[in-house]
Structures are given as structure tokens and as C-alpha cells.
Design a protein around this ligand. Sequence first.
Ligand code: SAH
Length: 237
Amino acid sequence: MDYLPLFRRGLDDLGLALTARQVDQFQCYYEELMDWNQRMNLTAVKDYEGVQVRHFLDSLTAAPYVSDEMESLLDIGAGPGFPGLPLKIAFPRLQLMLVDSVGKKTGFLRHIVEELELSDVEVHTGRAEDLAFHSSARESFDVVVTRGVAVMRVLMELTLPFCRTGGTVMTWKKGELEPEISASLHAMEVLGGRLREVAAVDAEGLRDGRVIVLVDKLKASPEKFPRRPGLPQKRPL
Ligand code: SAH
């Protein structure tokens, strides 16, 4: 079957080649997402083309920054799994943790992880502000990814504490970003991070001002961060 034609065309732009099994996994992911979406609101993107490009391909635009040394990846606010789950399908050796505070979303995530027969995936229901104080998660991950969760200065507090020194935070963003990034430099510094690059996305269907913001973790985050749930958003650093 010629599954996911738009998606597969875009993969060339990212220098990625997937096996037939991986393409089948993405097709299954699409079908399950649409099926569950009829019963609960998981995504506003409901058409085959949209899911291929704006969910699957968009999630994989970080592929050029995924290196062989990276072993563990955490997705904060994964919702229906983006961008963490497509990255796991494309790079099966990664140990993945998906976090969302909403139980119905993590219910879908647990189902799809089982359906796709993915190993080394943990799904956690809860807030990043609480999970960051679990010793198994804090200062632990090689990569922390996040898309569509908050503005940069808030995200820094929700992501950097999970990143090991030497690791990277990758944030999916779109549009006029200069003010948002400038406003986040203080939070980055306080939490032990430093801006590395604002990398323009160059893939078919996604050349509309999308970027991935890469932040390096230089030193451990102070123990008082993140502050209690809600505070990072309410009173951004
Ligand atoms: N990353 C997905 C979903 C974005 S919607 C995508 O790009 O499609 C934002 C998600 O983040 C929601 O599912 C919400 O429940 C979750 N979220 C927001 N703040 C959070 C927090 N502090 N801890 C954990 N999850 C959070």
C-alpha cells in the first residue's frame, strides 16, 4: 500500500529513510488517532494530509539534531504524542518518556505505545512541575522536547531541570520569535541553559516560518526550580 505519500516525500528533505515497518507504524498511529479523536478531543488536525505534514513530519524536523550519542528523550506536554512519539518511531533505540497532565491523553498514549509494539517507552500522567522533583527524572535526559505548550520563558522552567548537563532542550516554534526568545534569556541563564541556535525548518509543507530552538544545558538547575504547579505560567521568570 502507498501509505502516507506526503509524509514520505517530506522525509527526503530531512534526510531520513524509514523502513516499511516504520511507515506502517505511522499509518497505524494515524488510524488510531482518528478513531480515538471521534470520542475525545485529541487534535484539531483531522485530515490525512494535515496529520502527515503538520503532526508526523513536523515532529521529525528535529531529526538533523538527533545524534548517535543521544539515548534518552523526554516530551513535556506530549498531548497525543507530538513530537516525542514520531521521534521514537524514527529512532527506535531512544528511551522515551511522554508526560502530560491530562489522563485521557496519557490513556491514548499508553494505548498507542502498546499498539505500535514500542519498547522503552514510559508514559507519565502528571505535571512537569511535580515530576521534576523525582530523582529518576531530574537532570537525567539527553534531550527534552516540547511543542505547543507555553512561551519560551515558561518552557525553560518546565524543561531545563530534566536535562542532564551537556544535554539539549528542543522547542518547536513558529512566527515572529525574536521578542519571545529575548524575553527567555534570563530564564535560560537562571536554569543553567544557553541558547545555541534558532534553526529554520526546511521541509516540504512546513516552510512557513517554523523553527526549532535549541538550548544547551550547561550546568545543573537550582533546586528550587521549577516552582509549584501553575507558578511558572503565572509569574514567568
Ligand atoms: N505537544 C502536543 C500537545 C500540545 S497541547 C502537540 O504539539 O500536539 C499542550 C499539552 O501540554 C496539553 O496536552 C496539556 O495537557 C499539556 N501540559 C500543559 N502544561 C503542562 C504541565 N505543566 N505539565 C504537563 N503537561 C502539561
